[in-house]
Design a protein around this ligand. Structure first.
Ligand code: NAI
Ligand code: MG
Length: 491
C-alpha cells in the first residue's frame, strides 16, 4: 500500500473513531470484497434521516429555484455536472472497484464513459420537454403541460453503483424533480462523491439528497413515505414487490421497478459461432455474473452444440481472475459473503441435479469472495440453476432442436428482461424478436446500452422503462389546460 493511501485510511478511521466516541452518528462498515476487510465506516441513514431528506427535497421543490429556472439553465447545470463527473472519473471508478470488486478495466472503459454520456444525454433533454396543443371537439383551446412529479424516491442496488445512480438521477433532475436517493448498503461510496459534485456543479441544495443505509430501514421509509411523489426501484423481485406494497399502502405513489432476470441467449445453427461464443461468455461473466440482464440461459442448436460447449469451456478457463485493480484482470470477487454463498449453493444444486460441470465450480483462493468461472452443460429446464437468478459466474448451456421449441422454453420463466439471438437469417431474427416476451432483444450483439435505447422488463422483471426518451414519462405529470374559445370561427 502506498504511503498516501495509508495516511488516507488512518485519517478516515481516526475521524470515524472520534465520531463514534462522540456518538454523533450511527455508522456501518463497507467491505472490500478482495480482502474481506473494512474499507471505511459510513454514516447510516435511517427513517429519521429519510424524513429530513424529504423535507429538504420538498422545500427545494416547492420554494427553490430548480423547477422554476428556465429549462436551459437546468440543462447547463447538468452539462456542468457531467463535466465534473468526467474530471473525477478516476476516483469514482476506484470507489466502485474498491466497494464492489468489479474490474478497473470494466469500470473505466465500459461504465464511467456511459455515466457521463447519460448525464449529457439528459442535460440535452432538459430543454426539449414540453406538452402539446390538442384539437378539441368543442370550442376550447386545449394544451398540455408536462410538469415534474415532485419529490422522487430512488433505491438502487450494488451491482452497478455509479451507473444506477446516473440512470436514476439524470432523467429525474432533467425533468425538474427533486430527489432522495438511497444507495445500496454494500456499495455506498461512489454516490457520496457524486452527490458532492452535484452541489459543485450548481445543483441547488436540497435538490439531490443521498442517503447511505439499509433497505429495511431507510429503503422501506422511502417506499412508504407520505410525502414522496414517486419511487423508482432497481433490485430483487422480492424487494420490488414490497416496495410496491408499501407505495400502495401509503400515498399510492406511482412505482417503477427494474428487477431480476433469467435471460435466454439463443444460438441458432446458422450463427457465427465464434462471435456468439464470445458474446455468450460476456453476457454471463461480465461483472462476475452480477447483472440483471445477464444471458444466464444459453440455448444452443443441436447442430453446433458440441463445438460450442467445447469452446465455452476453454473460454471460461482462460478468463483472467485476480485483483480487480490490476489492468488486464477480467474477473474479480463477488460483492459479499452472502452473494458468494448464494452462488456456491447454486453450483451445488447444479452438480446434484445432474448438469455436466465442464469447468470451475470452486472458490478461487482462500481470501476474498472469488469464484471460478463455472460452466455447466446439459442443463435441464427444471433444474434450479436454470430457473432461478443465480447472479454469479455460472453459465448454463442447454441444447435445442427447433425454433418453436426454443421460444417456448425461453419464455417459460417468471422473468422477461432481455434476450440474445444469434442467427444469420433475417427471418429467424424477426421471428424470435417478436416471439420472445422480454424488454430488450439483442440480435447478434449483447449489452448494447446506448443512452437512447430504452431498458426494462416484461412480467416479473418489472415495469416502466429507463433510459432514452421513454424514461421521461416516469418523472413527469401531464396536466391538461382547457380554456373556452370566444370566436368559434377560429376553431
Ligand atoms: P435487494 O433487492 O435486497 O437490494 C436492492 C436495494 O433495495 C438495496 O438498496 C437495498 O438496500 C434495498 N432494499 C432492501 N430491502 C428493502 C425494503 N424492504 N424496502 C426498500 N428497499 C429495500 O437485493 P440484494 O439482497 O442485495 O440481492 C439479492 C438478490 O437480488 C441478488 O442475488 C440478485 O438475484 C437480485 N438483485 C438483482 C438486481 C438487479 O439489478 N436486478 C440488483 C441486486 C440484486
Ligand atoms: Mg436484500
Amino acid at each position: 500500500m502506498e504511503f498516501g493511501t495509508i495516511l488516507a485510511y488512518w485519517w478516515l478511521n481516526a475521524r470515524i473513531w472520534i465520531l463514534h466516541q462522540l456518538a454523533w452518528c450511527k455508522t456501518f462498515p463497507t467491505i472490500d470484497p478482495r480482502s474481506e476487510e473494512i474499507i471505511a465506516q459510513v454514516a447510516e441513514g435511517d427513517e429519521e434521516d429519510v424524513n429530513r431528506a424529504v423535507k429538504a427535497a420538498r422545500n427545494a421543490f416547492e420554494k427553490g429555484p430548480w423547477p422554476r429556472m428556465t429549462a436551459y439553465e437546468r440543462s447547463k447545470i447538468l452539462f456542468r455536472y457531467a463535466d465534473l463527473l468526467e474530471q473525477h472519473s478516476d476516483e469514482l471508478v476506484a470507489l466502485d472497484v474498491l466497494d464492489n470488486g468489479k474490474t478497473i478495466d470494466q469500470a473505466t472503459f465500459a461504465e464511467m464513459p456511459n455515466v457521463i454520456r447519460w448525464f449529457r444525454y439528459y442535460a440535452g433533454w432538459a430543454d426539449k420537454i414540453h406538452g402539446m396543443t390538442l384539437q378539441a371537439d368543442s370550442p376550447h383551446h386545449v394544451h398540455t403541460l408536462h410538469e415534474p412529479i415532485g419529490v422522487v424516491g430512488q433505491i438502487v442496488p450494488w451491482n452497478f453503483p455509479i451507473i444506477m445512480f446516473s440512470w436514476k438521477v439524470a432523467p429525474a433532475l432533467a425533468c425538474g424533480n427533486t430527489v432522495v436517493l438511497k444507495s445500496a448498503e454494500l456499495t455506498p461510496l461512489s454516490a457520496i462523491l457524486a452527490g458532492t459534485l452535484a452541489l459543485e456543479a450548481g445543483v441547488p441544495p436540497g435538490v439531490l439528497n443521498i442517503i447511505s443505509g439499509f433497505g429495511h430501514t431507510a429503503g422501506a421509509a422511502i417506499a412508504s413515505h407520505m410525502d414522496i411523489d414517486k419511487v423508482a426501484f432497481t433490485g430483487s423481485t422480492e424487494v420490488g414487490r414490497s416496495v410496491m406494497e408499501a407505495a400502495a399502502r401509503s400515498n399510492l405513489k406511482p412505482v417503477t421497478l427494474e428487477l431480476g432476470g433469467k435471460s435466454p441467449f439463443i444460438v441458432c445453427g446458422d450463427a457465427d459461432i465464434d462471435k456468439a461464443l464470445e458474446l455468450s461468455h460476456l453476457a454471463l461473466f461480465f461483472n462476475q455474473g452480477q447483472t440483471c440482464c445477464a444471458g444466464s440461459r444459453t440455448f444452443v442448436h443441436e447442430s453446433v452444440y458440441d463445438e460450442f460447449v467445447e469452446k465455452a469451456k476453454k473460454k471460461a478457463e482462460n478468463r483472467v481472475l485476480g485483483d480487480p485493480f490490476q489492468s488486464g484482470v477480467e474477473h474479480g470477487p463477488q460483492v459479499d459473503i452472502s452473494q458468494f454463498n448464494k452462488v456456491m449453493k447454486y453450483i451445488g444444486y447444479g452438480k446434484e441435479q445432474g448438469a455436466t460441470l465442464l469447468t470451475g465450480g470452486e472458490r478461487h483462493g482462500d481470501k476474498g469472495f472469488y469464484i471460478q468461472p463455472t460452466v455447466f452443460a446439459d442443463v435441464g429446464d427444471s433444474m434450479a440453476i436454470s430457473r432461478d437468478e443465480i447472479f454469479g459466474p455460472v453459465q448454463c448451456i442447454s441444447k435445442f432442436k427447433t425454433l418453436e421449441e426454443v421460444v417456448e422454453r425461453a419464455n417459460n420463466t417468471q422473468y422477461g428482461l432481455a434476450a440474445g439471438v444469434f442467427t444469420q437469417s433475417l427471418d429467424t431474427a424477426n421471428f424470435l424478436s417478436r416471439a420472445l416476451k422480454v424488454g430488450t432483444v439483442w440480435v447478434n450483439t449483447y449489452y448494447a446500452f446506448d443512452a437512447a435505447i430504452p431498458f426494462g422488463g416484461y412480467k416479473m422483471s418489472g415495469f416502466g422503462r429507463e433510459k432514452g426518451e421513454y424514461v421521461l414519462k416516469n418523472y413527469l405529470q401531464v396536466k391538461a389546460v382547457v380554456t373556452p374559445l370566444k370566436n368559434p370561427a377560429w376553431l
